[in-house]
Design a binder for this molecule. Structure first.
Ligand SMILES: Nc1nc(=O)c2c([nH]1)NC[C@@H]1CN(c3ccc(C(=O)N[C@@H](CCC(=O)O)C(=O)O)cc3)C=[N+]21
Length: 282
């Protein structure tokens, strides 16, 4: 039976220390500020955005939320970003993805000032991550690495198998694992013998977006299993991993919900505090 890596518990520990840090910054006249922009009315997106605003409030981060109509033009959205880029109360800008069809997501991301890109999606931050310079690391990958670190198991020399190659999770988490001296294999929808690949993993990171596709028979005894998937099936949240099967084999496993999700928000808060500190040369 696996030990659960409790994302909620780890999150509240980190948020507690962030709260103290924010208090100190505020006492020195610096309050971190986050702007969240959401376009259209996807109910799932609205839930995330509400959770983010609440998380900010809990630790004393100032936050603004902009709910823009789905009919907004790309030009109008870019103007909003320009406005936030030059707003000194705002240290972090997050534009909730996906954006409606007809809006060029990459163009929108690139418009955000790299110093305020707390999502770590800007090409400059992606480049910095790749070459090992300090920038902003995407929140979900940062959360995944923090959870692995807290198992106490070193990633050095371990075989990490990542399933998924998105710019948001798969690619950046692979680079971070490599920086921890892991041996990294990136699998995806075109991978031959996915089963055999995953079976070799000391650490499995599932970020495919297909409910329960990683089954227990694919997990090596004693592996660490990190489930990044958030899939809604019959009104319930399930991961990319068949939890019941995998927990029989794994040494450590993350649950869904209560695993990587809360850690993503925590890393967003951390990046926002960091953005404020960098602006003030702290
Ligand atoms: N620019 C941008 N940045 C993002 O970081 C971003 C985004 N766009 N678009 C959507 C995805 C998704 N995402 C989640 C964050 C937290 C939970 C989370 O906290 N989930 C809870 C459950 C929440 C529930 O019950 O629905 C959990 O796993 O325990 C889920 C999903 C951030 N995203």
């Amino acid at each position: 039976m696996a030990t659960i890596i409790d994302g909620k518990r780890i999150s509240s520990e980190i948020r507690e220390s962030l709260r103290k840090e924010v208090e100190l910054l505020k006492s020195q006249g610096m309050q971190p500020g986050l702007a969240v922009v959401i376009v259209g009315e996807d109910p799932a997106s609205q839930t995330y955005v509400r959770n983010k605003a609440k998380a900010c409030e809990d630790i004393g981060i100032y936050s603004e939320k902009y709910e823009l109509d789905a009919s907004i033009t790309q030009h109008q959205l870019l103007e909003k970003i320009d406005e936030l880029n030059s707003d000194s109360r705002i240290h972090g800008i997050l534009v909730q993805l996906p954006l409606p069809k007809g809006i060029d997501e990459q163009a929108v991301i690139e418009r955000i000032s790299a110093e305020k890109d707390v999502d770590g999606f800007h090409i400059l931050n992606a480049g910095k991550l790749l070459v090992g310079q300090k920038g902003f690391v995407p929140c979900t990958p940062a959360g995944v690495i923090e959870m692995i670190r807290r198992t106490g198991v070193s990633m050095a020399g371990k075989h990490v198998v990542v399933i998924g190659r998105s710019n948001i999770v798969g690619k950046p988490v692979s680079i971070l694992a490599l920086q921890e001296n892991a041996t990294v294999t990136i699998c995806h929808s075109k991978t031959n013998n996915l089963h055999e690949m995953v079976k070799m993993a000391d650490i499995v990171i599932a970020a495919v977006g297909r409910p329960q596709m990683i089954t227990g028979d694919m997990i090596k005894d004693g592996a660490i299993v990190i489930d990044v998937g958030i899939n809604r099936v019959d009104g319930k949240l399930v991961g990319d991993v068949n939890y019941k099967e995998a927990e029989e084999k794994a040494s450590f496993i993350t649950p869904v919900p209560g695993g990587v999700g809360p850690m993503t928000i925590t890393m967003l808060l951390q990046n926002t505090v960091e953005a404020c500190k960098r602006t003030n040369n702290i």
